[in-house]
Ligand binder design. Structure first.
Ligand SMILES: [Zn+2]
Length: 198
């Protein structure tokens, strides 16, 4: 069994994955969304929602789908997914977003700063930060094109497993916004790294 580690509520972790290794991100309590960012280990390629839309042709990504880099290389393949609802639509929440949308004037913990600091700790130059992969986030695209988000579908212990298609530096933030977590206070996520199949 791979060792499971916590991503503290409203905080982030950084990790490196070698090609073939798998990252499993788990929602231990259920109903908690997160943001995932991936850079190639040499920092030359970054996760790209636009390229992923190009090659996957869909808004929601699940088992069998590939997350692509801005240089059109496969970065991660989703190999297992109990939740089935993740998207690539929203930028990471940021201090500016909390101010503009919710009138929060003091500093609010946010996925943008969480991902930036985790990637810096890995030696990356993360700014400007690309759009992260929104784990467990439950967004519906209406027939009129409007975006509506509701509480994540993830139940306690469910998760998503992604296989590295190149050597990667990865950051995962447990989102501190209660709005996309069904109004609940921020909770932790967890992760484990599964060795490459021999
Ligand atoms: Zn967030």
């Amino acid at each position: 069994m791979a060792e499971q580690r916590l991503i503290p509520a409203g905080s982030s972790i950084g990790l490196r994955l070698e090609r073939g290794e798998q990252l499993r991100v788990i929602d231990p309590f259920g109903g908690q969304s997160g943001d995932l960012m991936a850079f190639s280990a040499d920092g030359r390629e970054r996760l790209s929602n636009g390229r992923t839309f190009d090659y996957d042709g869909k808004v929601y990504l699940s088992t069998g789908d590939v997350l692509w880099s801005d240089r059109s290389q496969p970065m991660l393949t989703i190999v297992a997914d109990e939740v089935g609802r993740h998207d690539f639509l929203y930028a990471a929440c940021s201090p500016e977003m909390y101010r503009l949308q919710y009138g929060v004037t003091e500093y609010h913990a946010n996925c943008h700063d969480n991902l930036i600091s985790a990637l810096r700790d890995l030696g990356m130059a993360p700014e400007p930060l690309p759009t992260p992969f929104n784990l467990f986030m439950h967004v519906d695209v209406g027939a009129d094109g409007k975006l509506v988000f509701s509480a994540p579908n993830s139940r306690a212990g469910e998760g998503i497993t992604l296989r590295a298609e190149m050597d990667l530096a990865i950051a995962v933030s447990s989102c501190p916004a209660s709005t996309c977590n069904g109004g609940a206070p921020p909770r932790p996520l967890a992760f484990e790294i599964i060795p490459a199949a021999l």
